[in-house]
Ligand binder design. Structure first.
Ligand code: NAD
Ligand code: MG
Length: 389
């Protein structure tokens, strides 16, 4: 109802693909939301422009070297300019009903944990943070009573299909996967693929890192780990199915063999809108689902030989301890090296496997443990990159 107080919102990673999609939805529903904090890594001008448009209370730039640029760009506005990693945590302390976690990579983990410990509703796009911290993040949410709202389209689909059902009613969960730009490519073709080809996703428009993850299908593996923590049905009950049209976003099969699926155009604003308004619904200007025009929905099994990523991720969960954090860190370093044209496409999975095999730290007991494992794995991965270029 229009008379209700606007929902107060902070967006971490406001200048990125998910962040700007979130702001697009707020533009459509301006009276329903009020912006507390917006954050970005280094684009001070882009961040300041958004902060002015949405009258944010605070704008935080992660890179302290950009502080002056941000402060100047915000001069005369009502928005405060903050900078540096500590300021990201301070922003998470500000009172906001709902927080979008859309920083890419483990860099977003500490602010998410802070928001969760404050008991906030956190819309989780940043899958790397959950992959690295796993049970610790789920426990942080549980202990404070915070709500974790999955934004990743597959997990948002599962969340909607579960609709509060108890997990003992669930037989299995199927994560659908588009197969990415190299779905039909041979290994020899992939060996010489470059960044421009890898980021050209057939269905979704996304940031560079997740686009490369979609090409290797490590994205689906990270999503497997994400699903394992969000939806405790057991690893063996979570499956992957290649579905090139990206219309069915995922499915939940119940014990009675009734299966529920969530469908929609491949547009991240749809799952973001679901998390933004939850448990209500808001109108969007997204394209309606036009199945007559799409004509056919097709399905195929995952080819583990050409796409070893999901299998490596499944093994990392089974190995437990810090394995998923190591895997995530190695993948982040390898993807950055691939985007910088320092290594080949197939080197990404090779580096992740090598770093994972290298050592096995104990189960992290704290955020500090996770961050220490992450740092060490990055050093190993960087040296593995150097041996290959
Ligand atoms: P992006 O690269 O477009 O944006 C990333 C955002 O994080 C930017 O605002 C950037 O300034 C900020 N950032 C990057 N590094 C940072 C650092 N070190 N410190 C502080 N801020 C930093 O990425 P994206 O595609 O929007 O993805 C964001 C997250 O959402 C990722 O974890 C991704 O896996 C997940 N996700 C994205 C999509 C999608 O469609 N783009 C879909 C599902 C999940
Ligand atoms: Mg996804």
């Amino acid at each position: 109802p229009p008379s209700a107080e606007p929902r107060s919102i902070s967006i971490f990673g406001a200048t990125g693909s998910v962040g700007t999609s979130t702001l697009d939805l707020i533009r459509l529903n301006p009276l329903a939301y009020r912006i507390v904090a917006l954050t970005a890594n280094s684009d001070a001008a882009g961040l300041a422009k958004l902060a002015r448009e949405f009258s944010a209370e605070v704008a935080v730039i992660g890179d302290p070297a950009q502080h002056q640029a941000l402060a100047e760009a915000l001069e005369g506005s009502a928005t405060q300019a903050w900078s540096g990693p500590q300021a990201l945590l301070d922003a998470a302390d500000l009172d906001a009903d709902w927080t979008m976690a859309a920083i890419v990579g483990c860099a977003g983990l500490a602010p998410i944990m802070r928001s969760l410990l404050r008991g906030r509703s956190v819309a989780l796009a940043n899958k790397e943070a959950l992959v690295s911290s796993g049970a610790l993040m789920i426990e942080a949410a549980r202990s404070s009573g915070a709500t974790l709202l999955p934004v990743d389209s597959e997990h948002n689909a599962i969340f909607q299909c579960l609709a509060g059902a108890s997990y003992d009613q669930v037989q299995s969960i199927t994560l659908t996967a588009s197969g990415g730009p190299f779905r039909t490519w041979t290994l020899d073709q992939m060996r010489v693929a470059g960044p421009a080809q890898a980021v050209a996703h057939p269905n979704w428009s996304m940031g560079a890192k997740i686009s490369v993850d979609s090409a290797t299908m490590f994205n689906k593996g990270l999503e497997l780990i994400e699903a394992y923590h969000l939806f405790p049905v057991g690893l063996d009950a979570i499956r992957i199915l290649v579905h090139p049209q990206s219309v069915i976003h995922s499915m939940v099969e119940y014990r009675d063999r009734s299966t529920l699926a969530q469908l929609g155009a491949p547009d991240m604003r749809i799952p973001i809108a679901s998390a933004l308004a939850w448990p209500d619904r808001i109108a969007t200007d997204c394209a309606p689902l036009d199945l007559a025009t799409i004509g056919q929905l097709t399905f195929e099994p995952l080819d583990n030989e050409r796409f070893p990523g999901p299998g490596i991720c499944r093994q990392a969960i089974a190995a437990g301890g810090g394995a998923p954090a190591i895997l995530n860190a190695a993948n982040e370093i390898a993807v950055a090296a691939f985007l910088a044209e320092e290594i080949g496409f197939l080197d990404i999975a090779a580096i992740v496997s090598e770093v994972l095999a290298g050592y096995s730290p104990q189960e992290p007991q704290s955020l500090q443990d996770v961050l220490a494992i992450d740092r060490e794995a990055r050093v190993h991965a960087a040296s593995s990159v150097r041996t290959r270029n």
